[in-house]
Design a protein around this ligand. Structure first.
Ligand SMILES: CC(C)[C@H](C(=O)O)[C@@H](O)C(=O)O
Ligand code: SF4
Length: 470
């Protein structure tokens, strides 16, 4: 048999009707994740056509984007600052009741950002097709699932049919050789990769991250990498499932149990790309050369090691980006004054991310005048972090500790920066106004964000990790 890539195996197992010149493929969807922002119209469409949800058992909803991250008032009222956000939440609650969808809502111990809870619950599994009306659905590719964002109309299609019309994307292998240096993590790696291939380098492709450095990553780190695939323009990002994946998933509530687990692992082992399989495009990245990396412009492709001088603009959009960011070329980003630090989002709000930030912040104080917001990705992360006392580390350092949600990643419910303020953010998007009108976003790792909070300026976390054994 012709050797096949991981992508081709998953795709092939889900095609219901193949693509023709006139029509895309019909692809079966194993898991549909739903949140309050992109689902209302789709539910309305079902209602107006008198349709039911095709597979409620393969649909899972959560509240994340529009939820305030401050606790409720004494009377139980949630502190929404935005009436539309409040209405969206109420609408999803009503829609889930009407259509019989499992909702991880306000009363759930497992609510959280959709891309954090899918894996946490074990709902995300290798070999699946997973969609959500959300671009960062690529996160779930960390488990060797073909996972991608869809539009609101497609959300309706999947609700009604459990299928989707799709043109087959091309494949792009990103080989990451060698080892990441100490103090350099998954966020630095993905920012570096996007800096190398460009914000549209992945357009039309499904990326497969592979090689020694990728295999060495934890599941949380793999999720950080796959999360940002979309920021390179890719349809999705994939990492082959391996022992790390299986160990992480085992025993989670929605994962197969007992004999079904063993059978599933056997199937999952066969997913990895066959020797000799060909990709449409390949690049090689040397992990050992990567340093703490940050963005300096208004898209994630404008990324550079923080100690390297920012390159001069090559065109008008780049010049506009530098002007907006108030960044001067030929100077490094390291040392740039910081106003706000945001540690959270579906890219970096898992327990390991919070530990990484806490390791830097422990026993230290946030610089005067810097506001630091730490927002766990889910209730489970919040519980685990509090059990370990991480919240006490953050609070003692002078940071705010919030309840889970998308928060300052999208400037929601008052979690935003003021015009001109510079935010070092562990999220994934840095376009103009993303974190507040006129706010300037620098994307970075949790360790860099924490180090910058202490220094009051963009700082190299390795300077704060001296006491940690190599
Ligand atoms: C609200 C949603 C449609 C959006 C997305 O698709 O990415 C959001 O999650 C974002 O990060 O901007
Ligand atoms: S955390 Fe940010 S990037 Fe992730 S789903 Fe929410 S808004 Fe989108």
């Amino acid at each position: 048999m012709t050797p096949r890539t991981l992508f081709e195996k998953i795709w092939g197992a889900h095609v219901v009707a193949p693509e023709t010149d006139d029509t895309p493929s019909v692809l079966y969807i194993d898991l549909h994740l739903v949140h309050e922002v992109t689902s209302p119209q789709a539910f309305s469409e079902l209602r107006s056509r008198g349709l039911k949800l095709r597979r409620p058992d393969r649909t899972l909803a959560t509240l994340d984007h529009s939820t305030p991250t401050l606790p409720p008032a004494a009377n139980g009222e949630r502190p929404y600052t935005n009436a539309e956000a409040k209405a969206q939440v109420a609408q999803l609650e009503a829609n889930c009741r009407e259509f019989g969808v499992r909702l991880y809502g306000w009363d759930s111990q497992d609510r959280g950002i959709v891309h954090v809870i899918g894996p946490e619950l074990g709902a995300t599994q290798p070999g699946m097709t997973i969609v959500c009306g959300d671009s960062h659905t690529s996160t779930h590719g960390a488990f060797g699932a073909l996972a991608f964002g869809i539009g609101t109309t497609e959300v309706g299609h999947v609700m009604a049919t459990q299928c989707l019309l799709q043109r087959k994307p091309k494949t792009f292998a990103i080989h990451v050789d060698g080892k990441l240096p100490r103090g350099v993590g998954a966020k630095d790696l993905i920012l570096h990769i996007i800096g190398e291939i460009g914000v549209d380098g992945g357009t039309g492709y499904v990326l497969e991250y592979r090689g020694e450095a990728i295999e060495a990553l934890s599941m949380e780190e793999r999720m950080t990498v796959c999360n940002m695939s979309i920021e390179a323009g890719a349809r999705a990002g994939l990492i082959a499932p391996d022992e790390t994946t299986f160990a992480w998933l085992k025993g989670r509530s929605n994962a197969p149990q007992g004999a079904a687990w063993d059978a599933a692992v056997n199937r999952w082992r066969a997913l990895r790309t066959d020797a000799g399989a060909e990709y449409d495009r390949e690049v090689r990245i040397d992990a050992s050369q990567i340093r703490p990396t940050v963005t300096y412009g208004t898209h994630p492709g404008m990324a550079i090691a923080m100690d390297k001088p920012v390159p001069a603009a090559r065109n008008a959009p780049e010049q506009r980006a530098l002007d907006y960011m108030q960044v001067k070329p030929n100077q490094p980003m390291q040392g740039t004054a910081v106003d706000v630090v945001f540690i959270g989002s579906c890219t970096n709000s898992r327990l390991s991310d919070l530990r990484e930030a806490a390791n830097v912040l422990r026993g230290r104080k946030v610089a005067k005048g810097v506001r630091v917001l730490v927002v766990p990705g889910s209730e489970a992360v919040r519980r685990d972090a509090e059990r370990e006392g991480l919240h006490e580390v953050f609070l003692a350092a002078g940071a705010e500790w919030r309840i889970p949600g998308c928060s300052m990643c999208i400037a929601m419910n008052g979690d935003l920066a003021q015009p001109g303020q510079l935010v070092v953010s562990t999220s994934n998007r840095n376009f103009e106004g993303r974190q507040g009108k006129g706010a300037r976003t620098v994307l970075a790792s949790p360790a860099t964000a924490a180090a910058s909070a202490i220094a009051g300026a963009i700082a190299d976390p390795r300077e704060y990790l001296t006491e940690v054994a190599a």
